[in-house]
Design a protein around this ligand. Structure first.
Ligand code: PRX
Length: 630
């Protein structure tokens, strides 16, 4: 193969991997898709069910508001469930789940379909209609998956809020989405303790006027206050006669909204990324099929949280569209011992593990003895997502977990892209730390400040040149921001917000965010959100947040705070401020360090120059500070 001439440290697929790979000649598919983009996606789409065929594969008449499969009628939940219960998949396991305390639950495709139908009827009985927004706020429990599918089934738009967020984050999302219903668990288990989700939600609900009904899922069983007329136990409604299998599917347009997912951007408040039924369905179906090369007998585990895009696309939709068996685990990787994950891989015979570099680094710290106690021979493929994986972690994952046999699919993508964009497939030669090249049909480039492609190995802005079916359609309620944030810096190109370089073999190496997004343990947080959480404390006048390298988390949050006049800089206040951010936003946003300062570097127009703070903290000379005010 021509591949033999690749430069650097290469891991070639073994004969065994090549023999079982669905696609051995990945380059061939890539060039087919390049020559006929629409033909490629039409072929993928045709493997799914459409109640009425599409008229156009791609409609770019209103770009950058691209539309896919216009005129087509479908429903993603129908494709995830109803389609399979008409086949031998009816009795196949769709979802296996282990709770942190060790309980186990499983659902065949039939059972997941039935529970979804019942849940859909419960939602309808609360008056939820096509297009209404429903917020879900829970830990990693099956009801979250079923709730999402139930919304999709009736054409409602789900908005999942990560269970690790707290009051202010939830409130903002409820209000922006104008949700009619909130589905919340009484609590969640986290490292043997419980997180009181319902009481956090009660605080958030005090200011969220549109929520009419609250469905409460019993998880921990701890007592929670129930507001009469508003709050109802889900299990009670699921036992009523209306909660039955007779639940019609809402036939929707390909371009009808499926979900909102809030994520942090360059400035200001989190924005609701909007995805639709048709294109998102085709994109997640196809990428999951090719990249994880899913086989009938596989047991697949994505260790992400359904509250983030990885969970939406590759716990819920991608696997179910493919009729795969998916495993989900509720708790922390190291609870009660650092072998928890390896024990579950052995117990359930997991074949594919998809996780984040931060988790790998965290588990690496405990040493090889923990995984080595377990039989991990069922593993066939590994995956990585969320941040760049350092070659050291890549090699540990490959050698210790994959025993040198399992290729690692390092997938680069975003909430906005909905699906894998830069990714290998099993037959592709790998370089540790690189996601290899774009998925078929996806054309990308790396540009300099003037919009010119950079030379090999030079760093620049990562952009996407071709539309793809699972692309976000807009920012909900803010189409102007969609255009200005993603399509304006280099007109015609989608701006990812990442910097990257491409080597002489065309392999992409992601460097990191070039905007004010901080990736902490793979979670995406905005400096603006952290800063506003700090400023909401009565002692704080001004605040700035930056990310600094951290061995396990990738980046850690460091903040600089100017106190209001007359307030004393004490250790106690530092702790209080850290706890305040954690309370407002969630423990993931808790600053690693807070430093009291008397001033912050600003531009003449008053913008905080986080770049300067970062360079100083790293002991570097800040570049280009001409516009610095002081
Ligand atoms: O910076 C990139 C990083 O995560 C960002 C997207 O974050 P989010 O929307 O939360 O989605 C995360 C899961 C898809 C990207 O802009 N990122 C994601 N995957 C990788 C990555 N960086 C390097 N390598 C990856 N494989």
């Amino acid at each position: 193969m021509a591949n033999k001439t690749l430069k650097g440290e290469i891991f070639y697929p073994s004969d065994e991997v090549l023999a079982s790979a669905r696609v051995r000649d990945w380059e061939k598919i890539r060039s087919e898709a390049e020559h006929d983009l629409q033909g490629f996606w039409a072929k993928e789409a045709a493997e799914l069910h459409w109640f009425a065929p599409w008229e156009k594969v791609l409609d770019d008449s209103k770009k950058p508001f691209y539309q896919w499969f216009t005129g087509g009628k479908t429903n993603i939940a129908y494709n995830c469930l109803d389609r399979h219960i008409k086949t031998a998949h009816r009795n196949k396991l769709a979802l296996m789940w282990e709770g942190e305390k060790g309980e186990f639950q499983s659902f065949s495709y039939y059972a997941l379909w039935r529970e979804t139908c019942k849940f859909a009827n419960v939602l309808r009985s609360l008056g939820v209609q096509k297009g209404d927004r429903v917020t879900l706020y829970m830990g990693r429990i099956p009801e979250l998956v079923i709730g999402m599918l139930a919304c999709a089934r009736i054409g409602a738009v789900h908005s999942v809020v990560y269970g690790g967020f707290t009051v202010e984050a939830l409130h903002e999302r409820l209000e922006d989405s104008q949700s009619k219903v909130l589905i919340v668990a009484d609590g969640a288990y986290q490292r043997g303790k419980t997180v009181p989700l319902k009481s956090i939600a009660d605080d958030a609900l005090q200011r969220a006027a549109t929520v009419e009904s609250v469905l409460v899922v019993k998880r921990t069983g701890e007592p929670v206050p129930m507001e009469p007329g508003r709050d109802m136990w889900l299990h009670e409604l699921m036992n009523l006669p209306i909660a039955n299998n007779q639940s019609s599917v809402e036939i929707v347009d390909a371009e009808d909204p499926l979900f909102l997912l809030y994520t942090s951007g360059t400035t200001g408040r989190p924005k609701a990324i909007l995805h639709t039924h048709g294109g998102y369905m085709v994109g997640t179906y196809s990428t999951f099929k090719y990249v994880f090369d899913i086989q009938e007998e596989d047991r697949y585990w994505c260790a992400a949280d359904p509250g983030w895009i990885t969970g939406h696309s590759y716990i819920v939709y991608g696997p179910l569209l493919n009729g795969a068996t998916s495993f989900m685990y509720e708790g922390a990787p190291t609870f009660p011992f650092p072998n928890r994950w390896w024990q579950m891989i052995e117990r359930y015979g997991i074949n594919i593990l998809y996780t984040a570099p931060t988790a790998i680094r965290g588990l690496m710290r405990f040493g090889e003895a923990w995984p080595n106690r377990h039989d991990l021979s069922s593993l066939r493929l590994l995956g990585s997502v969320g941040e760049p994986i350092n070659p050291e972690a890549w090699k540990w994952y490959h050698r210790v977990i994959g025993k040198g046999r399992c290729p690692i699919m390092d997938t680069w993508w975003q909430t906005e892209t909905g699906m894998f964009m830069v990714t290998p497939a099993p037959a592709v030669p790998l370089k540790p730390g690189s996601g290899t090249r774009p998925f078929p049909g996806v054309e990308m480039d790396i540009l300099n400040e003037d919009g010119k492609p950079v030379a090999a190995n030079e760093e620049g802005y990562l952009v996407i040149k071709t539309p793809w079916p699972a692309m976000m359609r807009t920012i909900y309620n803010d189409p102007d921001r969609y255009v200005s944030q993603y399509w304006s810096k280099f007109p015609g190109y989608y701006l990812t917000g990442d910097s990257a370089r491409r080597d002489e073999d065309g392999y992409y190496w992601i460097i990191g965010r070039v905007d004010d997004v901080i990736k902490v343990s793979g979670y995406r947080l905005g400096t603006a959100e952290i800063e506003s959480a700090l400023v909401s404390h009565p002692a704080v006048a001004e605040a700035a947040a930056i990310g600094l390298p951290h061995e396990i988390k990738g980046n850690a949050i460091h903040t600089y705070v100017i106190l209001k006049a007359g307030i004393e800089k004490t250790e106690k206040l530092l702790e209080e401020l850290r706890a305040h951010v954690s309370h407002e936003m969630g423990p993931i946003a808790k600053p690693e360090q807070i430093t009291f300062v008397d001033s912050l570097p600003k531009t003449r127009s008053g913008k905080i120059m986080r770049r300067v703070l970062k360079a100083r903290a790293l002991g570097q000379e800040p570049k280009d500070i001409m516009t610095l005010e002081d």
